[in-house]
Design a protein around this ligand. Structure first.
Ligand code: MUC
Ligand code: MG
Length: 383
């Protein structure tokens, strides 16, 4: 069999980019992001970029920047060199055969492959993913400074700038009583001006969630993300059944594979899935999870792992191909970082992120910035 577009080379590097302020989540605070940027070359000279970012090393799930780079350098790249770059499904199957799990690592390679091949065809990546159905998405911002006044100042500024009017609050690090007080103060300050979400990042058990979520809803929260541990599907079911008509329960860490999606759909355990390209293992697999959501009358939300514009644009491409039962997106990673690695950011107009056009993933890399943030050049170590 002739290989029409052989994959010639794949390289991964870890960047270290400070955030504009500390970002506090239930499991800790971060002050820099360490995305892994993959560059892939086809034999015809076309090149593409991909990204996988984690939050706080391996704190969000099992993968870390270092494990992602290790899996790519030692297993995924050797599995793909010489293979047909136009056969995305076969490339994914080969990566699975050589390396179990490691979805973030696989997603970074798959994005780079789809970027390179769609540039070869001179097409935007979304054309290879089903075509564009959505031109823009409401863009959320996360209030996670840990300080009510700073959070309110941040929210007011973003409202004035017409950038965001959906605000997500990261809770679960303090006591539930303190969280309710914090969220209520913010809700009072933003009353009538914004939509409010909380993300507990698995921090509560079922009974804490049953006791405190109604108070969050009374304060004005309408979307509740991953209130309990990833495995606690029974609690998600109870919360969806009891609170589901006052606020939507959104699965994040629980919904990674299409099989997770099926299990949640069968159990009616959430009304919304947070879609994230990294945890699903790439753009094609994001569409598989989205297909289960659509079939089960579950809405989607365009989630983030706080990527640079590379990962954010790739996510935007696949989100742009999905149906319109959604709660917007949170691809605000580029704005949380002090700087980015592309020449131009995706524009935000009237509170909506404009989903990119242009060949490949639609953003162009600034090579000088790639070098500037490269951990290997700066000599930094793990986050
Ligand atoms: C998460 O769990 O959703 C997304 C936005 C944010 O602030 O943190 C992430 C992680
Ligand atoms: Mg989340």
């Amino acid at each position: 069999m002739t290989v029409s577009h052989p994959i010639e080379r794949i390289e991964a590097r870890i960047l270290d980019i400070p955030t504009i302020r500390p970002h506090k989540l239930s499991f800790g605070a971060i002050s820099r992001q360490s995305p892994v940027i993959v560059q892939l070359w086809l034999a015809n000279g076309a090149t593409g970029f991909g990204e996988a970012a984690t939050i706080g090393g391996p704190s969000w799930n099992e993968e870390s920047p270092e494990s992602i780079k290790h899996a790519i350098d030692n297993y995924l790249a050797p599995a793909l060199i010489g293979q047909d770059g136009s056969a995305f499904g076969s490339a994914l199957a080969r990566m699975d055969a050589f390396c179990k799990g490691n979805h973030f690592a696989k997603s970074a390679v798959e994005i780079a492959l789809i970027d390179a091949y769609s540039r070869t065809l001179g097409l935007p990546a979304y054309q290879l993913l089903g075509g564009k159905r959505i031109k823009s998405l409401p863009l959320a911002w996360t209030l996670a400074s840990g300080d009510v006044n700073k959070d309110l100042e941040e929210a007011q500024l973003r409202l004035e700038q017409k950038r965001h009017r959906i605000f997500k609050m990261k809770i679960g690090a303090r006591s539930p009583e303190q969280d309710v007080a914090h969220v209520s103060q913010i809700a009072r300050g933003l009353q009538g001006k914004a939509t409010l979400t909380v993300d507990v990042n698995q921090a509560w058990d079922g009974s804490t969630a049953r006791r405190f979520l109604p108070q969050m809803i009374d304060a004005g929260v309408t979307l509740i993300e991953q209130p309990v541990a990833k495995w606690n599907v029974e609690a998600l079911k109870t919360l969806s059944a009891t609170l589901g008509d006052r606020a939507s329960i959104m699965a994040d860490e629980t919904v990674c594979s299409p099989q997770d999606a099926m299990m949640l759909a069968r159990g009616q355990a959430s009304q919304v899935f947070s879609l994230k390209v990294a945890k699903h293992g790439g753009l094609l697999r994001t569409r598989e999870v989205a297909a289960v959501a659509e079939a089960a009358d579950i809405a989607w939300y365009g989630g983030t792992m706080l990527e640079t514009s590379v990962g954010s644009a790739a996510s935007a491409h696949v989100f742009s191909t999905l149906g319109n039962k959604h709660h917007g997106c949170e691809l605000f990673g580029p704005q949380l970082l002090v700087d980015d690695i592309v020449t131009e950011l995706m524009p935000i107009v009237d509170f909506e992120l404009q989903l990119p056009d242009g060949p490949g993933i639609g953003v162009e890399i600034d090579l000088a910035k790639l070098e500037r943030f490269d951990r290997a050049r700066a000599g930094l170590t793990a986050s």
